[in-house]
Design a protein around this ligand. Structure first.
Ligand SMILES: Cc1cc2nc3c(=O)[nH]c(=O)nc-3n(C[C@H](O)[C@H](O)[C@H](O)COP(=O)(O)OP(=O)(O)OC[C@H]3O[C@@H](n4cnc5c(N)ncnc54)[C@H](O)[C@@H]3O)c2cc1C
Length: 333
């Protein structure tokens, strides 16, 4: 019998394999590292992830005037009754502890006079959005976690290692196959526990603010391995990103509307109050659909975001400059 000349993959054995190095993967890896040896596999540089680009901040009930119950109520309302109550409970009740842990690990949230600064965002009844260096919250999360994971003696980081398929034996996941980039060397990771933290799939859309690594690989691999996928229709469209020919479509944070910016259509009309009692601070899906309706009605690919009502701080208080502070925005994944 002729054996095909295919090199056998190098095999790495660990207690845990974590696929993905965004906030989900790195936070999990740091927790697992007390219990055994962990491999973090990631297809690009360690920090390349959605997490790195997240801007607006982290919603968490930490203020004295706030509570996880209030946060849960706002979340369920924003979810139009479609939220999974258990997921809401975890998010809102465990959020404060997770944020405190991030701070213990070295995360620096913005403060004023020693107090955490809490911003306002759509659908939140209280100011509860923590941020870091203004709009670099995700970068600060990724910086904090990647530094910790890189030096942890029980964690090995495998950068530029693309998971191609999950391995299963008798219906149980026992690891994954991967390619080491750019040469494509085949490698195999074996462990009794494999965690998929490969993020979303924004890149399936023509226009997206997600980085190029966001291609739904984990979902596809899980599906091929026989898993059921659920709630696939829940894709978040962020209402505003910069619209300018030839420029990158970077996200314009909701915090801008939280501070008073308003959306206007081609006629200059402030249209959001027509769609929702919360106006520009309506839940994201409502704002995104309203922006889409206005664009379609006006036959334009954008609406305008007018932030002239937001006072400039410090040096530049020239009101004539304020009147030019308009930006074009369109709905982007
Ligand atoms: C522009 C922007 C702004 C945002 N702003 C906010 C905000 O203000 N507040 C907020 O809460 N959320 C925000 N988000 C959403 C937030 O970033 C994500 O929900 C969160 O970061 C997801 O984390 P994650 O770890 O699940 O996935 P990611 O951070 O995307 O990490 C996925 C990881 O998996 C790796 N990977 C993927 N496929 C493979 C493969 N086949 N093999 C190996 N590795 C693989 C990737 O390289 C990456 O390291 C924003 C997102 C964007 C894009």
């Amino acid at each position: 019998m002729i054996t095909p000349n295919i090199p056998r993959p190098n095999i790495f054995e660990y207690d845990f394999i974590v696929i993905g190095s965004g906030v989900a993967g790195l936070f999990t890896a740091l927790h697992l590292a007390d219990r055994g040896r962990v491999a973090v596999i990631t297809k690009d540089a360690l920090v390349e992830s959605n997490t790195e680009y997240a801007q607006g901040g982290v919603a968490v009930a930490l203020g004295e005037d706030d509570s996880p119950q209030d946060h849960a109520k706002d979340t369920v309302e924003a979810g139009a009754g479609l939220c999974n109550p258990e997921a809401v409970e975890v998010l809102t009740s465990e959020g404060p502890t997770a944020v405190e842990e991030l701070m213990r690990l070295g995360m620096r949230f913005d403060r004023e006079g020693g107090e955490l600064l809490r911003g306002q965002e759509a659908a939140h009844g209280k100011r509860r959005i923590l941020h870091a260096s203004g709009d670099e919250t995700g970068h600060e999360v990724e910086r904090t976690l990647s530094r910790r994971a890189s030096v942890h003696p029980s964690i090995d980081i495998h950068e530029y290692t693309l998971m191609t398929d999950l391995l299963s034996v008798e219906g149980r996941c026992v690891g994954c196959d991967a390619l080491v980039l750019p040469d494509g060397e085949r490698v195999r990771f074996v462990a009794s526990v494999t965690i998929l933290a490969t993020g979303g799939l924004g890149q399936v859309y023509a226009v997206t603010t997600n980085p190029v690594v966001t291609t739904g690989d984990g979902m596809a691999a899980a599906w091929r391995a026989g898993c059921r996928l659920m709630d696939m229709e829940f894709i978040q469209f962020h209402p505003t990103a910069l619209y300018h020919e030839g420029s990158p479509k970077f996200l314009i944070s909701e915090a801008v509307r939280g501070e008073g910016a308003i959306l206007r259509n081609a006629a200059g009309e402030h249209f959001m109050p027509r769609y929702h009692p919360l106006g520009d601070l309506a839940p994201r899906d409502v704002v995104a659909r309203s922006v889409f309706s206005e664009m379609r009605r006006d036959g334009r690919d954008f609406v305008e975001l007018d932030f002239s009502s937001i006072p400039l701080d410090g040096r530049d208080r020239d009101r004539s400059a304020l009147s030019h502070r308009h930006s074009r925005a369109a709905c982007r994944r």
